[in-house]
Design a protein. Structure first.
Length: 319
């Protein structure tokens, strides 16, 4: 049973906002664009594996939780791509979307990727990452009085990841083998360790401990372009409100949706409260009356009175 769906991370949403609003001439523009490309690729890989889960049928009772973020007492963060929680075992899944030949230097705890062009990249060893998550989960289960095997594996979402012999003894598979691997795990861990009630209780406990993190870029809000931006012009020109319509100052295309995208961007950086004055300043609107009309038309929740009135931008402004 799927209990927690995967959603686009705050990091990706903020990076997409920076893609729209950070001037191309900014010294960090290329850095954040490359980070966005990697983040999008990672999310695409996670979605590919999520689709595979949908095609897996299990007779056993289980719960599937995607993108779980847990915080330890010391403040360290454990971001787990997928948790399969059953009465027999708990499975931690780390998803990688990597292209190239992968060498694993176990003694040095390092992954090395060799691309088709011969470029060599070193990056963090995902086995250390999932082992760390497993140790943390064991502590949670032990404190709750439960004893159950906690296992882990890496799933490659990209068929163009070539695993060399250095990975042959490691818990890593391509996504195409996920169903078979899960069936093997239920055969191997056949003993029931938790009652249905206990499993439900610990799943609820994990969901209550889930604490999404808010990624914050090293950028000042004043460095970003304000206002509604034209998607047709790749967000390089402003869309202005004129005679009841939002029209691009460059291509003259009418784009009423651009204001909603802009309000979503505003929310990501400055929070979900906006006043009439802040609305006018952000969208470069002179008239307080027009700003009031536009805000009222959005039917946002309102708090405060008169000059203290604030409009609450909802979490999901766009479908």
């Amino acid at each position: 049973m799927l209990l927690k769906k995967r959603e686009i991370s705050s990091k990706q949403l903020i990076l997409e906002m920076l893609e729209r609003r950070l001037p191309k001439s900014h010294p960090k523009s290329t850095y954040y664009q490359e980070m966005l490309n990697r983040t999008r690729a990672g999310y695409a890989g996670e979605q590919r594996v999520d689709q595979e889960w949908q095609n897996i049928y299990l007779e056993h009772m289980y719960y599937l939780l995607h993108d779980v973020v847990l915080k330890a007492e010391g403040g360290s963060i454990h971001q787990i791509d997928t948790l399969l929680m059953s009465q027999n075992f708990i499975l931690i899944v780390e998803i990688k979307n990597i292209v190239g030949h992968i060498e694993y230097m176990e003694d040095h705890h390092q992954f090395i990727r060799i691309t088709s062009e011969g470029k060599v990249d070193g990056f963090r060893n995902p086995f250390d990452q999932v082992k760390r998550h497993a140790r943390f989960l064991r502590q949670i289960f032990q404190k709750a009085g439960y004893h159950i095997p906690i296992i882990y594996m890496i799933v490659s979402a990209n068929p163009n990841m070539i695993m060399t012999s250095s990975l042959s003894a490691q818990p890593i598979i391509h996504v195409s083998g996920l169903a078979e691997k899960v069936e093997q795990l239920f055969l191997r861990y056949s003993r029931v360790c938790l009652s249905e009630k206990d499993l439900e209780h610990i799943v609820e406990h994990i969901l209550k401990k889930h604490e999404p993190t808010q990624w914050i870029p090293d950028i000042e809000w004043g460095e970003l372009r304000k206002g509604a931006l034209c998607s047709q012009c790749e967000y390089q020109h402003k869309v202005r409100y004129f005679y009841g319509k939002w029209r691009c100052s460059k291509c003259q295309r009418i784009d009423n949706k651009s204001m909603l995208v802009a309000l979503q961007d505003y929310q990501l950086m400055l929070g979900n409260n906006i006043s009439n004055e802040q609305f006018r300043n952000f969208f470069d609107i002179d008239s307080e009356r027009i700003a009031y009309y536009l805000l009222k038309k959005l039917k946002f929740e309102v708090v405060g009175e008169n000059k203290n009135r604030k409009y609450i931008i909802p979490a999901k402004l766009l479908d």
